[in-house]
Design a protein around this ligand. Structure first.
Ligand code: PGA
Length: 243
């Protein structure tokens, strides 16, 4: 049984004060959420400590938006696994299309980050996905396969989440058709060769499409950007229903 992972990625949003307000509104919305799913939020580093205190005893788990492959050292702007674990963080997003695009993160770097996360007991959420141009040129599957083969090399699928996020669907309101997202997630599962691998879909997930996405056989959760900033919207997504 694959337990779905519903994760919110706040990106570069939310001060500590805003995060406190968000938690006050969100926690009551998940008090009756069934235990058949993981609920995760990835705040900016500065709000992790606040959320760690406020989420204690709740169903909400924490993710970072990045993690470095070294334990410590001269890596300005980076964060180590133990710094995150000190605050009870259990997941780490790596390979999101934004650092891939803005900071030219390579599959090799992403793989180093993910391996480091796993070896320290964090669950990496490794993002993959094609651009609009790559899809139009018919290259989507080849691009995603390369990202999967290089980015996931040597990782243990039992403590791993893969997020299929087509870049053209991120922040655009253009959700990938549920059946197409499901097809790609199924392909990723077959390439990795692990029936138990957790595979999320991400890209314009909203209250209006969550139930349809979660009803798909190969979609085991979602990675949510914009809609996770609003506690009501993310509450509805967390409380998805497939029946
Ligand atoms: P979006 O972002 O939900 O705002 O499209 C998804 C993501 O970047 O993970």
């Amino acid at each position: 049984m694959r337990k779905p992972v519903i994760a919110g990625n706040w990106k570069m949003h939310m001060t500590c004060a805003q995060a406190r307000d968000w938690m006050a509104a969100f926690l009551p919305l998940i008090s009756d959420t069934p235990d058949d799913r993981h609920l995760v939020v990835a705040p900016p580093f500065t709000a992790i400590s606040t959320l760690s205190d406020l989420s204690r005893g709740s169903k909400l788990e924490l993710s970072s938006q990045n993690v470095h492959w070294e334990g410590e050292g001269a890596f300005t702007g980076e964060i180590s696994p133990s710094m995150l674990q000190e605050h009870g963080v259990t997941y780490a997003i790596v390979g999101h299309s934004e650092p891939r695009k803005y900071f030219s993160e390579s599959d090799e770097q992403i793989n180093h980050r993910a391996r480091s996360a796993q070896s320290h007991g964090l669950i990496p959420i490794v993002c993959v996905g094609e651009s609009d141009e790559q899809r139009t040129r018919g290259e989507a599957e080849r691009v995603i396969r390369r990202q999967v083969e290089q980015g996931l090399e040597g990782l243990d699928p039992a403590t791993l989440v893969v997020a299929y996020e087509p870049i053209w669907a991120i922040g655009t309101g253009k959700t990938c058709e549920a059946s197409e997202a499901n097809r790609i997630c199924g392909l990723i599962r077959s390439w990795v060769g692990s029936p138990d691998l957790i595979i999320q879909y991400g890209g314009s997930v909203k209250p209006a499409n969550i139930d349809q996405l979660m009803a798909m056989s190969d979609i085991d959760g979602v990675l949510v950007g914009g809609a996770s900033l609003d506690p009501e919207s993310f509450g509805r997504i967390a409380n998805y229903q497939t029946t």
